[in-house]
Ligand binder design. Structure first.
Ligand code: ATP
Length: 752
């Protein structure tokens, strides 16, 4: 890779487009003072992306644009283009030629082009970095800057050397890692602070969650208590309901029966209070019996009389007897009289109209018959036909009467039987009346007792209804606290008998325990379900875990960044040491060549610097005094050790100006040779050299040109003589730099 050409237009004194073709290993630019040579080196810096105006001797962007002269208009833009030959593909792009251009305007806007396409500065820097070229790099040694490396501090010197050795990339990578580390540490702090922030919340939530868990346990306990209680209560209620209603029904039935029995007993009692039909019947039958008995007795007497009459007739028939008058036996008359007397006597003692009537009617009949008997009887004369007939009649009548008597006897017997029956019946009724009264009394008492018991049962039922209501209420309340699982109580295995056998007080104490648990539960939960808290807690814990993981990840990546940095530093250190070694070899050689002996070397010096610890800084930030710095930061710098031949000179400060320039050149060349840049611009680096040293310088330039393309700005004849191409820069009255390709001889003249 080579710099093929450089086009400058509007940049500083190059008002018009000027093109340098750098076809040789060494190109020299010569010209009088102030003609614009250094502007060429600056144009190179500029096009390679230099951002420091100072290093281009400007204060403002405008200073880089041709400012005009008496005879020339000022320009509004400056543009520099550098063309590289990339046939060897040093640039990792697939072009034979790579051109980079930069254009600026008076408004300070800046544009970059890569092969004509607009690109960003970053793209340019990256592309150049890939070939070890940087804007402020070591490969452009500005006028008077050669001994900058000697004038710098050990630390800066080290930076320069590192840059020249191409080790900047390590610093850049370390810096990147450091930035990442800082960012990572910042993130860690953020995560830690977030964790710290949420920690009390988690702690608070944890307590809440513990409460929720406690409440859950309590709820489970409550559920179990409820299960036991409700199952028992249901058994009790079912059983008690059946029992009470059974009792009620039984008592109601009993009451009904007692009522009926009482009504019956009362009705029986009522019958006995009136004159009974049986008594009337008995009186009637008795009267009738008396009448029939008397009739029978009459009939008996009548039969007796008839028998007497039959006897008499039979005797009369047997002895003739004259009968002229009616004969009435005394017995017959007495019988009648006696009969009347008795009957009427009975009637007299009775108040019964019917009975009296009966007696009167019977008496009339008897008197009538007696009259008939007296009147109808004819005196017989011998056993006449009539007499015989009369006897027959008597006998027939006797027979009839006997039949009637028998009938009456039968009738009497019937009456007597009837009377016995009636009397028995009356006797029974009397007994029954007493029984009914007793029964009435008993049933009344029983009714009272049943009514009393029924009242009690009804009261029980009423009280029990309250138990049922309480049961339902308990079930409802329990459902709210325990949830639907409250209904699982039905599956509880509790021996019914055992449940019913235990005293009611046990249930009551269970209920009280449930009540206490309910209160505790409500106390803990305040009525809430705790789901929200659980969720919030889980989320907070999850977030904390996430942060912890993140923190862990960050720690890991911080650690690996530190590892990476350590690795890079180690690598940098190793490469640096190796580079120093190589440089020293070249440095020593170039130095000895320039000075005709002596030694020179770079030495790594450790600078001890006091460093404030982080804790001190924190303390200071908090307003406190920093403690005496305790840590010492070690910094490796580069010292230049020289020893001139024949002179007892140690240390750079003792060198003359020329000696310093020689030493600088030896060092620059050594560094450039160890890590050759693609091209090297040397702006009057040789200015301070005497003729002998100029010769040596020329030799060194020639050596260096083997490794790097050289562009030298010089007044030095010797240097010019080494160049393949020489450009002359002149400036006329128009104050515009002009370019001309010239021969060595012309150059010499031009340079003077
Ligand atoms: P020497 O040999 O003395 O080092 P030189 O050839 O290196 O000189 P330069 O320093 O490159 O000269 O050029 C300086 C010249 O450029 C000055 O004359 C200055 O006026 C001119 N110059 C610088 N900036 C501008 C600008 N913006 N517009 C016009 N001319 C400028």
């Amino acid at each position: 890779m080579r710099v093929k050409s450089l086009e400058i237009s509007g940049f500083k004194s190059f008002a018009k487009k000027s093109t340098f073709e750098f076809g040789a290993d060494i190109s020299a630019i010569v010209g009088p003072n102030g003609s614009g040579k250094s502007n060429v080196a600056e144009a190179l810096r500029f096009v390679l992306g230099e951002q420091s105006l100072k290093s281009m001797r400007g204060k403002r962007t405008e200073d880089l644009i041709f400012n005009g002269s008496k005879s020339a208009e000022r320009q509004n833009r400056a543009k520099v283009t550098i063309n590289f030959d990339n046939r060897d593909r040093t640039f990792p792009v697939d072009f034979d030629e790579v051109s980079i251009a930069r254009e600026i305007h008076r408004d300070a806007s800046s544009e970059y082009f890569l092969n004509g396409s607009s690109v960003r500065l970053k793209d340019v820097i990256e592309l150049l970095a890939s070939v070890h070229i940087g804007a402020s790099g070591h490969h452009i040694i500005s006028q008077g800057e050669a001994d900058r490396i000697l004038n710098s501090s050990a630390k800066d010197r080290r930076a320069m050397i590192e840059d020249a050795l191409g080790l900047k990339i390590y610093h850049w990578k370390i810096l990147e890692s450091e930035k990442k580390l800082l960012k990572t540490e910042e993130n860690m702090r953020q995560s830690e602070s977030l964790r710290r922030e949420i920690a009390p919340h988690i702690k608070f939530l944890k307590k809440q969650v513990e409460k929720v868990e406690q409440a859950r346990t309590l709820r489970d306990e409550l559920g179990a208590m409820y299960g036991d209680y409700l199952k028992r209560e249901e058994t009790y209620i079912k059983h008690t309901r059946e029992k009470l209603h059974g009792e009620k029904e039984t008592l109601e039935r009993e009451l009904h029966v007692a009522n009926e029995a009482l009504a019956h007993a009362d009705s029986l009692r009522g019958v006995q209070t009136k004159e009974s039909a049986e008594v009337a019947e008995l009186v009637r039958v008795r009267a009738e019996t008396g009448a029939v008995r008397r009739e029978r007795d009459d009939l008996g007497r009548k039969i007796g009389r008839l028998e007497g009459m039959i006897e008499y007739e039979e005797r009369r028939m047997n002895a003739p007897v004259e009968q002229h008058e009616k004969v009435v036996s005394a017995e017959e008359a007495e019988n009648l009289a006696q009969n009347l007397y008795d009957e009427l006597g009975y009637a007299e003692g009775s108040e019964d109209y019917l009975y009296i009537k009966g007696v009167v009617s019977a008496m009339r009949g008897k008197v009538g018959k007696f009259l008939e008997h007296i009147r109808g009887e004819q005196g017989a004369q011998g056993p006449s036909e009539a007499a015989l007939k009369a006897l027959d009649d008597l006998r027939n009548e006797h027979k009839t009467l006997l039949g009637s008597q028998q009938n009456l006897e039968d009738l009497i017997m019937g009456f007597e039987k009837k009377m016995r029956e009636l009397e028995a019946m009356l006797e029974q009724k009397r007994t029954e009346t007493t029984d009914a009264e007793r029964a009435s009394f008993e049933f009344r008492a029983k009714k009272q007792e049943i009514t009393l018991r029924l009242g009690m049962v009804r009261e029980h039922i009423e009280n029990f209804a309250r138990d049922e209501v309480a049961f339902r209420e308990e079930l409802r309340e329990g459902g709210i606290l325990v949830g639907r699982s409250i209904l699982d109580y039905v599956n509880m295995a509790i021996e019914e008998e055992q449940a019913l056998a235990e005293p009611r007080a046990e249930q009551e104490s269970r209920r009280k325990k449930i009540e206490r648990t309910k209160i505790r539960l409500e106390d803990i939960m305040g009525g809430g379900s705790g789901e929200d808290i659980m969720k919030e807690y889980e989320e907070a814990v999850e977030r904390d875990a996430f942060l912890a993981r993140e923190l862990e990840d960050l720690k890991t990546s911080a650690e690996s960044l530190r590892d990476l940095m350590r690795g890079l530093e180690d690598e940098l250190g190793a490469q640096f040491k190796d580079g120093i070694k190589k440089i020293n070899k070249q440095f020593g050689e170039f130095f000895a060549l320039m000075f005709g002996g002596g030694t020179a070397s770079l030495e790594v010096a450790i600078e001890k610097k006091k460093k404030k610890s982080d804790t001190d800084i924190e303390r200071m930030l908090e307003g406190g005094e920093a403690m005496e710095a305790q840590e010492e930061e070690q910094e490796e710098g580069i010292e230049v050790a020289v020893s001139l031949p024949h002179k007892k000179i140690r240390g750079l400060q003792m060198l003359s100006g020329g000696e310093r320039a020689l030493t600088s050149i030896a060092l620059i060349f050594a560094v450039s040779q160890v890590n050759p840049p693609p091209f090297l611009v040397l702006d009057e680096t040789d200015a301070a050299l005497d003729e002998a040293n100029s010769k040596k310088y020329g030799d060194m330039v020639a050596t260096l040109a083997k490794y790097s393309q050289l562009i030298v700005i010089t007044h030095n004849r010797e240097t010019m003589s080494r160049a393949g191409i020489i450009y002359g820069v002149t400036m006329g009255s128009d104050a515009i730099s002009k370019l001309l390709s010239i021969k060595f001889e012309e150059a010499e003249a031009l340079a003077k």
